[in-house]
Design a protein around this ligand. Structure first.
Ligand code: IFM
Length: 434
């Protein structure tokens, strides 16, 4: 356990914790289905054969979970609103109650409007989905906007495109490789339309949660450097460039459907802050003739890059390398790349999967990353908040219940919640920053 106190963060810095609807709510039979319900029903798609039908049963136990938030002492709670549930009887009332209870606990509610659970029947390859999303966002804002000030439009469109539409390991399970790019464009368009819908409803604090990873070349060889550069474009710039600069990285705009120039004006609607989800760097090499993988992701041969394990660092139970300095590198790179086009940054996710309730490994991971974040701030990056992923152990997508990211342990047989050592550590950290 780290003993040196974490340095002081700027006054007003927001300490938070994150979850998402599909991963914790359960009560799947009390809402319309999503693409994830259809995907997990297909044999062999989830490591332990599980589904999110019950998950943490947060839908029925949210009061207990809000009490855990209150006890933790966080300033803010990032959760997601399930689009399928908003279309179901009882769904809007549930989010009303949740937001009321979170506010009553003195915690700021920060809803994400899309965290991968697309209503079954909708499809990000269709442009129309972006317009439908904006209508849904207007409904949510009309319902919750009197108590919610801070909004997140989308969670990790890069992962949703790559894993769900290009590689087929997440819902909706498509293996389109580069033909998945329209799904990226339509999510970006959905984001821009959502920003407009939220502004029309009076919102003044809007962000997006984008995943980022430093793309480290496997070696200084030209082929590895080029491959890493390409990966950097795909993972770090494909979404950030249109959002922050109003253009696609070179060569990608031509692959997008529709009137891209007009769409880019919508996509680049200014946001109030930029959310970064960071877990680990990625080591990238020149293409190989067989599939390659690292950190739980496997990519087929035939792509212009291969994935290589990051060496010389400890790894989490998921096999992800633990590299806190990667967070400082990432944030200073974003600042250097986008300059004054980069709004204030919020770390909307950071965390790790480890077994056990006395989770000293998680404490070491979080401690290292919070210090790395402080270094980025000291280097001049304007960072305003940090959210741990996640409050609860939960349904980790294609990994089912085999990966535990929570500050709170959940026994999935009894649904009993037990705060871990990391929960007490985070509580102390927040108290010490007051
Ligand atoms: O659990 C996920 C979350 O839904 C999105 N970001 C990464 C987390 C860990 O894999």
């Amino acid at each position: 356990m780290a003993t040196n106190p974490v340095p002081r963060f700027p006054a007003g810095f927001l300490w938070g914790v994150s979850t998402s609807a599909h991963q914790i709510e359960g009560a799947a039979d009390e809402r319309e289905p999503s693409v994830w319900d259809a995907f997990t029903a297909r044999p062999g798609r989830v490591r332990d054969g599980s589904t999110a039908a019950v998950a943490c049963d947060h839908y029925h136990r949210h009061r207990e979970d809000v009490a855990l938030l209150a006890e933790l002492g966080v300033d803010a709670y990032r959760f997601s609103v399930s689009w399928p549930r908003m279309r179901s009887k009882g769904g809007p009332d549930f989010y009303d109650r949740l937001v009321d209870d979170v506010c009553a606990a003195g915690v700021r509610p920060v809803p994400t409007l899309f965290h991968w659970d697309l209503p079954l029947g909708l499809d990000w390859l269709q442009r129309d989905t972006a317009e439908r999303f904006a209508e849904y966002v207007s409904n949510v804002a009309a319902r919750l906007g009197d108590r919610v000030a801070t909004w997140i439009t989308l969670n990790e469109p890069a992962e949703h495109t790559l894993l769900g539409h290009a590689l087929g390991v997440h819902a909706p399970g498509r293996r389109l490789l580069f033909d998945a790019l329209p799904a990226a464009h339509h999510q970006l368009l959905a984001h821009g339309l959502a920003v407009r819908a939220l502004r029309a409803a009076g919102a003044t604090d809007i962000g997006i949660a984008n995943s980022h990873t430093p793309a480290w070349p496997a070696s200084p060889d030209r082929a590895d450097m080029e491959a890493a550069g390409f990966y950097d474009v795909l993972l770090n710039r494909l979404f950030a460039d249109p959002l922050l600069l109003g253009r696609y990285p070179e060569g990608l705009g031509e692959l997008m459907p529709g009137d891209v120039r007009a769409d880019l004006r919508v996509i680049a609607e200014p946001v109030d802050w930029y959310g970064v989800n960071y877990y680990a760097p990625t080591r990238v090499g020149a293409p190989q003739e067989t599939e390659t993988g690292a950190g739980g992701v496997t990519v087929p041969a035939g792509l212009p890059f291969s994935l290589r394990p990051v060496e010389g660092h400890p790894v989490t139970d998921f096999g992800w390398p633990v590299v806190p300095a990667g967070l400082t590198e990432l944030l200073t790179t974003l600042r250097d790349r986008y300059g004054d086009r980069l709004p204030p940054v919020v770390i909307t996710e950071n965390g790790c999967s480890y077994e056990g309730i006395d989770d000293q490994d998680r404490i070491a991971y979080l401690d290292g990353h919070v210090r790395a974040l402080h270094e980025a701030i000291a280097a001049g990056v304007d960072v305003r908040g940090y959210f741990v992923w996640s409050l609860l152990d939960n349904f980790e997508w294609a990994e089912g219940y085999t990966r535990r990211f929570g500050l709170v342990h959940v026994d999935f047989a009894t649904l009993r919640r037990t705060p871990k050592a990391s929960y007490a550590w985070y509580r102390e950290l927040i108290l010490a920053q007051r």
